[in-house]
Each structure stands twice: as structure tokens, then as C-alpha cells.
Design a binder for this molecule. Structure first.
Ligand SMILES: O[C@H]1[C@H](O)[C@@H](O)[C@H](O)[C@@H](O)[C@H]1O
Length: 657
């Protein structure tokens, strides 16, 4: 075996797990799966035909078929946090259309109201780590739903823009805490065979929240006065529901054991596992937490300990990398830009565009559902890898669509001027492309059904981007039949490529890159580092979210739209290399066992997936260069398939079937 492992590593979780298996099979009267080989100091190839079956049987017992309904209730109430995440980030675009008219908002204020929530979420996600560690998952979810409710009330009653800003910041604080706590809580309460699916349901609720938000936006857009109050205020309903539900839901059993509340932990575990025997699971969690606490006692802040402990450092890199690449693949700009993409394809009515944007959100939701179905079938690694490769290719298609549109952009044929704004740069542009890239201008044209004619580039109305400041496309002159105003896009016959790119993008992104970063992060850290790890990675997600959305229009202005989408496409392809090399498969493993997957050098961890059937495990041999120094109980790893010692590092590799 040629694999290299460079760093210190401990076997504690594995030995616990194997202890569980040993107990189980002997109690049941099956032949012992764990039989220490007599010649422990040399390489051995023991026959292992039955051992695989016995181990599978032991695994199956560990993962009983019947899952009590309580786990589903618990996951659903927790995922309301995801719903609020989606609702609050999604609803603001529709609300802004009404708000900017009613409160006369400048571009700066509009930007502030949108990004303040995401910025506040980035900060509170980071703070959520210590809150989780100190007060537990349940208290944090209660706190988040309380904050959401308070934020919703402030927003719906806001008398001016300053109070609105306060409300948006409050909502952001709730978002950050919920986004990092909910996946951890679900992962810690689920049985291993359902964990991926249940955590992915949280992202399903996020995209569901975004879809409902777009429907509410559409419905209340007809209510020109105060429609935004309903849009923003309705989030109070799920927030209160979640708060009430969590008054009755239990704390995570793993957190309780960590805090020494063992009796309570036992009670909770029996409650969420129904009347199944919880002894083994309880013991496994307890032993591994005790060992963790022994090994990690003292040693400064958790974040520093994570950085100095190689497997945890690698897990953190993988977790944060996944979240970063999720946002760099441009999901939020694609979602935000979908209405414009649809307008490019010939949908000229504003209202219709809002409803079609709801259709985009629904597609995102629908394909996330596919992810829930696939995650336990394909596994996290294969799903994420396929997803990011497809996402990168669809972004490429989008870019090609934009490139062709730019190359065949319609010319400007009329150059009218207004004596009131004689210096407008808009009237100087010779074609639609540079005109639409300038945020102060729009393209006004007539259409005979085949191509645009009588076209001009005119300044946009400051109060509403839906019309020109003056001339044929302004409201005052009542737009004539067959005259159109295109802001932010150009009429093109290549729009079908862009539309196809958009649909493919969602179909690939939503099942994998959407949910997997959250799912994987909820399972890759050992308990002592779980809150901090998730806080950091959620912080990275929100930070890149705000960075990508704030820079999109500038990037598009400098690189044009096709340049921007080529850029996102290359970033997604870079992400696929990262995922291929670094993301191990976590499907079906006990949370306590997953740390083992990060034993090897970073960017060789991904290779573990191909060993799935063989379970390669790693043992530190005390740097003495001999297997005889491995304690007896650690050699009891069942029917050994092969063992190799790496003399330099003192690390023994043991594989078993
Ligand atoms: O996983 C979610 C999901 O994909 C959402 O659609 C997106 O808006 C979020 O930024 C992301 O974190």
C-alpha cells in the first residue's frame, strides 16, 4: 500500500466503533468478528469471507430500519430555520420594488437594506459558535426564532427607512445563528443512515422559503401601498411556530453528554430513537467524548486547537472551501438575475417577469428535492462532484449565450437628445451592449416581430428603472404599442441558449452544491470542534454571499456579462478540482467515526471514496517503528486484510474487509 499519512493521528473513534461491533456480534451469539491475529508484528492476509457479512450485519443492527416519527418532527421544526433563511433573503427583492417608490430610497439605501441582513448574518454565524458551545443547540434555535419574530415585527411596523435598516439587521442576526445551528442539531439527532437526507431537508426548506417568498412578492406587488409590510412581516408566522415547537423539543443528546448531563442525554436518546435499545449508541458517543476531552483538555481557544490538530484543520479547510465554492458558483447572482434573463428571452411584462422568477425559485426547490432523494443513494462526494461539474458547464453555456448576444447586439439607430440633460453619455453609445452595461442608461426600441428597429439609448428614470427619463419610453409620453424599454438587457435571438443555461444550472446546482456544503459541514468535525467549525464555515458562506452579490454588477460592467459568467464558470471548475481531491465520503458513518477520514494529507482525503468497500483505517504506532508497540486492543480490528508500516512516519495502515 503506497498511501502516505504525514501527521499524528489517533484511533479513538475507530476503536470505540469496533468495540461496539464486537459486543454486538458476540452478544447475539454470532461468531466473533474481532479476532486478534497471532502474528501481529508482520504483514498478514487473513481470509475474511464471513467477516464482511458479519460486519455488515453489525452495521445494520447499528442502523435499525424503523425510524421513529419523532425524528422527522424534530427535523421539520428545526428546518423552519432554513425556511426563514430562504424567506428573509428572498423576499427583499420584491419588497424593494415597492419600498423604493414609497420611501424614495436612493441606490445606496437599497443596497444597505439588502446587504445589511447578509452582513449581520456573517457576523452572528461566527458568534453562534460560542453560543452553541455554551448554551446548546436548542437554546440557540429558540434564540434565533425569537430574533426572527422580533425582526419581523419591527420590519412590518417600520415608520421610516432607518427603522427598516434596524429590522433587517435584527433578522440577519437570527439568520446567522440559525444557519449554523440547525444543520448541527439535525445531524446530531439523526440516525446515521438518515442523517444526510434529514440535514439536506434543511436546504430544501431554504429553497422552499425562497419560492414562497417570490410567490408572496408576486401576490402583494398588486398592493402598491404597504404591500411590503405584509411581505416582510409574514416571516413572523414560521418564526413563532418554530419558537413554540422548540419549547417542547429536546436538546441534542451529544451536547448533553458533553456537558455531563448523562441522565438527561439517555432520556433524550430513548425519546428520539423510540423504544430501540440506545445503550450502544449512548456508550459509543460517551466513550468518544471522554477520549476527546482527555486528549483535548486545556490548550487554548477551540479555533486555535482546530488549527493545530491536523485532521480537524483539514476538515475545516474542506468545510470552508465547500461553502466558498458554493457562493463563487454564483447561485445568488443567477437567482437575482433570473428575471432579467427571462426578460431577455422575450418576456417583456414586468409582472410576468416577477412570476417567472417565482418559477425559477420553484425549479431550485424542485431540484433540491432531487438532492434529498440522491444524497443517501449516491453519497455526498459523488453528488457534489457531479453537481459542481454540471454547474460549471452550465455557467459556460450561460456565458456563451451572453457572448453571442453581445456579438449580435442591435445597433442604436436614433440619437435623440433632451435639452434638459444635454450631457447624458447614454445618447453617445452606438449599440445596445455598452448602453445596457451602463447602469444609468436603457435601450428603447420598436419591434416588428423579427428584429428591433428605430432604437435609441436613453437615460433611465431615477425613480424607476422600468422607464426612460424622457422620450418615447417614458411614461409621460405613454409608450406606443410596439415600443419597448429594455433596462439591463438587450433584445436578442440567442436568449434560448441563456434560458437553457439557466435551467441546466439550477438542475445541476440545486441537488448538490446547494445542500451539500451545509450537510457535509454538519458531520465532519469532532464534537469538541463542531460548533466552531460550523460557525466558521457558515461565516465563510455569508461573507462570500455578500461579496459576490455586491461585486456582480461591477464585475459585469468591467468584464461584461459573458466575462462574469466565464469567471464564475472557471471558479466552479476550480472548485471541482478541490472537491475531487479533498472531499471524502461521509455517508452512513457514525459522526464519531468521520474524523478518521481526514487522517491523510489534505487533498488526498478525497481518494478514500474509492476504498469504500474495503475500509482502510489508520493507526498511530507511537513512532517506534514496530507493530508490537500498538496496544493489544487496538490490534483487534477483525479479520485483517493487510497491514503496512510506514517507517518514516511511524504510522501503521490497517485495512480490513
Ligand atoms: O444552500 C443555499 C441555497 O442553495 C440557496 O438557494 C442559496 O440562496 C444560498 O445562498 C445557499 O446557501
Amino acid at each position: 500500500m503506497s498511501r502516505k499519512a504525514s501527521d499524528d493521528y489517533s484511533l479513538r473513534s475507530m476503536s470505540n466503533l469496533m468495540g461496539e461491533r464486537r459486543k454486538k456480534v458476540t452478544e447475539d451469539g454470532e461468531r466473533s468478528l474481532i479476532k486478534a491475529p497471532s502474528n501481529a508484528s508482520i504483514s498478514s492476509h487473513a481470509p475474511a469471507a464471513d467477516a464482511g457479512d458479519a460486519e455488515r450485519a453489525a452495521r445494520q443492527q447499528f442502523q435499525p430500519d424503523v425510524t421513529p416519527a419523532f425524528v422527522y418532527v424534530l427535523a421539520a421544526f428545526s428546518a423552519l430555520g432554513g425556511f426563514l433563511f430562504g424567506y428573509d433573503t428572498g423576499v427583499v427583492s420584491g419588497a424593494m420594488l415597492l419600498l423604493k417608490k414609497e420611501m424614495n430610497l436612493s441606490a445606496l439605501w437599497q443596497e444597505l437594506l439588502v446587504s445589511s441582513t447578509v452582513g449581520a448574518a456573517a457576523l452572528s454565524a461566527l458568534a453562534g459558535g460560542s453560543l452553541n458551545g455554551m448554551f446548546g443547540r436548542r437554546v440557540c434555535i429558540l434564540l434565533a426564532s425569537f430574533i426572527f419574530s422580533a425582526g419581523g415585527v419591527v420590519l412590518s411596523a417600520a415608520p421610516n427607512k432607518e427603522v427598516l435598516l434596524v429590522g433587517r439587521v435584527i433578522v440577519g442576526l437570527g439568520l446567522g445563528i440559525a444557519s449554523m445551528t440547525v444543520p448541527v442539531y439535525i445531524a446530531e439527532s439523526s440516525p446515521p443512515h438518515l442523517r444526510g437526507q434529514l440535514v439536506t431537508v434543511n436546504t430544501l426548506f431554504i429553497t422552499g422559503g425562497q419560492f414562497i417568498a417570490s410567490v408572496i412578492d408576486g401576490a402583494f406587488s398588486y398592493l402598491q401601498r404597504d404591500g411590503w409590510r405584509y411581505m416582510l412581516g409574514l416571516s413572523v408566522v414560521p418564526a413563532v411556530l418554530q419558537f413554540l415547537g422548540f419549547l417542547f423539543l429536546p436538546e441534542s443528546p451529544r451536547w448533553l453528554i458533553q456537558k455531563g448531563l448523562t441522565q438527561k442525554a439517555r432520556r433524550v436518546l430513548s425519546q428520539i430513537r423510540g423504544n430501540q435499545n440506545i445503550e450502544e449508541e449512548y456508550e459509543s458517543i460517551r466513550t468518544s467524548i471522554e477520549e476527546e476531552q482527555r486528549d483535548c483538555a486545556g490548550g487554548g481557544p477551540v479555533f486555535c486547537r482546530m488549527l493545530t490538530h491536523p485532521p480537524t484543520r483539514r476538515a475545516l479547510t474542506v468545510g470552508c472551501g465547500l461553502q466558498m465554492f458554493q457562493q463563487l458558483s454564483g447561485i445568488n447572482t443567477v437567482m437575482y438575475y433570473s428575471a432579467t434573463i427571462l426578460q431577455m428571452s422575450g418576456v417583456r411584462d414586468d409582472r410576468l417577469a416577477i412570476w417567472l422568477a417565482a418559477l425559477t425559485a420553484f425549479t431550485n426547490f424542485l431540484f433540491t428535492l432531487v438532492g434529498v432523494w440522491l444524497v443517501e443513494r449516491l453519497g455526498r462526494r459523488r453528488l457534489t462532484l457531479t453537481s459542481i461539474l454540471g454547474t460549471g458547464s452550465s455557467l459556460m453555456l450561460l456565458a456563451i449565450g451572453f457572448l453571442l448576444s453581445a456579438q449580435h447586439t442591435p445597433p442604436v439607430t436614433l440619437h435623440p437628445s433632451d435639452p434638459a440633460t444635454p450631457n447624458s453619455t447614454c445618447t453617445l453609445y452606438g449599440s445596445c451592449e455598452p448602453c445596457m452595461l451602463d447602469p444609468t442608461c436603457g435601450f428603447c426600441y420598436r419591434d416588428n416581430g423579427t428584429s428591433p428597429f428605430a432604437s435609441s439609448c436613453e437615460p433611465v428614470n431615477q425613480a424607476s428603472t422600468g422607464e426612460a427619463a424622457w422620450g418615447r419610453c417614458s411614461n409621460s409620453t405613454q409608450m406606443r404599442e410596439g415600443t419597448y424599454w429594455a433596462y439591463n438587457y438587450c433584445p436578442t435571438s440567442y436568449s434560448w441558449i441563456v434560458l437553457l443555461g439557466l435551467i441546466l444550472y439550477l438542475a445541476f446546482f440545486a441537488p448538490g452544491m446547494g445542500p451539500m456544503p451545509w450537510t457535509v459541514n454538519s458531520e465532519i468535525y469532532p464534537l469538541w470542534a463542531r460548533s466552531t467549525g460550523n460557525a466558521c464555515s457558515a461565516g465563510v458562506n455569508w461573507t462570500f454571499n455578500v461579496l459576490v452579490s455586491l461585486t456582480f454588477l461591477h464585475v459585469a460592467q468591467y468584464l461584461t456579462y459573458y466575462g462574469a459568467f466565464f469567471l464564475y464558470s472557471s471558479l466552479a471548475l476550480l472548485g471541482s478540482v478541490f472537491i475531487y481531491g479533498c472531499l471524502p465520503e461521509t455517508k452512513g458513518r457514525q459522526l464519531e467515526e468521520i474524523e478518521l477520514l481526514f487522517a491523510r494529507r489534505l487533498c488526498t482525503c478525497g481518494g478514500l471514496a474509492s476504498d469504500e468497500a474495503r475500509h482502510i483505517e489508520y493507526i498511530r504506532s507511537f513512532h517506534c517503528g514496530s507493530f508490537t508497540h500498538i496496544p493489544e486492543h487496538r490490534m483487534e480490528l477483525g479479520q485483517l486484510h493487510n497491514r503496512v508500516l510506514e517507517p518514516d512516519s511511524g504510522i501503521a495502515y490497517i485495512s480490513f474487509r
